[in-house]
Ligand binder design. Structure first.
Ligand SMILES: [Zn+2]
Length: 364
């Protein structure tokens, strides 16, 4: 182990020259700041190994390591997380993505020790995300009240009750991914989120097919800062939801309505109107002043929305210059809608004009 560290320090000796740690220096004397800087250069498995070298290193890493990923762990992930969570109590970001054998006890260990956690990725494949239950959500609600970003996609073992409890405690949530959590994603859960997490910016409720206009309207009213909403596969959603989002959420940039077959032209014209009417309102001015990213839709997924007409979707495309149907950018997705083949972005029109001019010139 020590040889490995010596090699690492030698490798980066140009950076750490001033510390003169090579040769006969005592390893336990490495300044904390330097140790943490070295460990920023290695993978997270090595960080965990280093935390077991001596108490000095463990204490230094406890203070200095703010981000860890356990995605590389494989079958031992739950045991490992439970055995090391106490060392990393200052953790702010933890990645447990695709840890298919992760269980509630591991999440409980994190929640018990890592109270500064602001970002947690528990996303899982739909076929294997059954191990996490509401016990995990309750633990997070009690221990990680500073959570801002939480990815629960594919966690099909969690329910509405757990999500409501989480919403009531983790009121700083800004990004929440519930894609595929069809037992948890419900109108009641969305209402709890809307009333408690008013700063929510990104919500992915894809394939939570119990969600109706009631839940989305509550989100639109209480969470005016929403910038991204994905309702793919939420087949009960109608124009009511889209109209509410268009009217209340002036910062909306990303909207996913894949396979929302009840959506009609009314939704499209409400998006067009939101662009036009907000230009004269006070809230629009506030949006422009406070948003360096600009405003207006930059991504719209209408694939499978078969009730829409080409005219209405073209009006949306014309209203938001960042929406493109061309393959290069493809930010307006209308695949699977045979009646929308006539919708084109400005690039296609420009290209058409250029080729028409070129052919006219050739004829002359
Ligand atoms: Zn284009």
């Amino acid at each position: 182990m020590r040889d490995k560290w010596k090699k690492l320090v030698l490798k980066h000796s140009a950076v750490f020259e001033a510390h003169e740690l090579v040769g006969d220096s005592k390893w336990q004397d490495i300044p904390m700041e330097l140790l943490v800087r070295i460990l920023a250069l290695v993978d997270h498995r090595t960080v965990l190994v280093a935390s077991g070298v001596c108490t000095g290193w463990r204490d230094a890493l406890s203070l200095g390591i703010l981000e860890l990923s356990f995605s590389w762990c494989g079958k031992s992930v739950s045991m490992l997380v439970q055995s090391v969570a106490y060392k990393f109590y200052r953790l702010q970001s933890c990645n447990l993505r695709r840890c298919t054998l992760l269980n509630d006890q591991a999440v409980q260990a994190i929640a018990r020790h890592c109270h500064d956690l602001s970002s947690l990725d528990l996303s899982n494949g739909r076929s294997s995300g059954t191990r996490l239950t509401d016990l995990s959500l309750v633990a997070l609600a009690n221990g990680c009240k500073l959570l801002q970003k939480l990815d629960l996609s594919g966690c099909i073992g969690i329910t509405e009750a757990g999500l409501v409890q989480l919403a009531e405690s983790c009121r700083q949530l800004k990004h929440l991914n519930l894609c595929g959590c069809d037992n948890a994603g419900s109108d009641n859960a969305l209402k709890a989120l809307a009333q408690n997490c008013v700063g929510l910016q990104i919500l992915n409720a894809g394939w939570c097919d119990r969600i109706t206009d009631e839940g989305i309207s509550a989100m639109a009213i209480w969470c005016p800062d929403l910038r991204g909403v994905d309702l793919c596969g939420c087949h009960l959603i109608s124009d009511v939801s889209v109209i509410a989002l268009a009217e209340k959420c002036h910062r909306l940039r990303y909207l996913g309505l894949h396979c929302c077959r009840n959506i009609t032209d009314l939704s499209m014209y409400s998006l067009v109107n939101s662009r036009n009417t907000t230009t004269s309102t006070k809230s629009y001015v506030q949006c422009i002043l406070s948003d360096q990213d600009g405003y207006g839709l930059v991504s719209l997924n209408l694939s499978g929305c078969t009730a829409l007409s080409g005219q209405a979707v073209q009006a949306v495309c014309d209203s938001f210059p960042a929406l493109h149907t061309c393959p290069e950018r493809h930010s307006l997705n209308v695949s699977g809608c045979t009646n929308l083949t006539s919708v084109h972005c400005s690039c296609v029109v420009d290209r058409g004009n250029r080729s028409a001019i070129a052919s006219r010139l050739q004829q002359q």
